[in-house]
Design a protein around this ligand. Structure first.
Ligand code: 2BA
Length: 109
């Protein structure tokens, strides 16, 4: 058995969850925050059989898409604030970051 952990954008999360549940997968949705942007994203946990991992990954790939996001850098601490102009920079946020972990034991009681 494997645990698939997928970090996705909030905008794709509901559609992704619907597609996965429609295909019979069990999933848990967690509210998470990206370490870099410090904005909300969604982490899905799915316990699946080894032979189902590829199907889950392909549903994620089909449902989630990359988006450009503007980020305004913070004012440098201790630096000259009056001459600092915080130009927004574009960051490409991926469709999903997917991790596949081995599950040692799974119980449902
Ligand atoms: P964030 O950490 O908020 O990152 C959002 C996007 O910012 C990233 O998109 C990437 O394009 C950029 N970024 C992240 N760290 C950066 C850095 N040190 N320098 C420059 N740009 C950086 P993605 O790579 O698609 O990641 C989207 C979200 O997936 C991340 O949100 C994070 O929550 C999660 N994630 C991605 N890789 C991860 C990893 N190796 N471990 C844990 N979570 C990860």
């Amino acid at each position: 058995m494997k645990l698939v952990v997928a970090v996705v954008q909030d905008k794709d999360a509901v559609r992704l969850l619907e597609s996965l549940v429609e295909k019979g997968f069990r999933a848990t949705k967690l509210a998470s925050t990206g370490g870099f942007l410090k904005e909300g994203n969604t982490t899905l946990l799915l316990g699946v059989e080894d032979n189902q991992v590829n199907e889950v990954v392909s549903v994620v790939k089909k449902t989630c898409r990359s988006r450009e996001q503007l980020v305004t850098p913070l004012t440098p601490v201790g630096g000259p604030v009056d001459s600092y102009v915080p130009y927004p920079v574009e960051v490409l946020v991926g469709g999903a970051a997917i991790f596949v972990l081995n599950v040692e034991r799974f119980d449902r009681v």
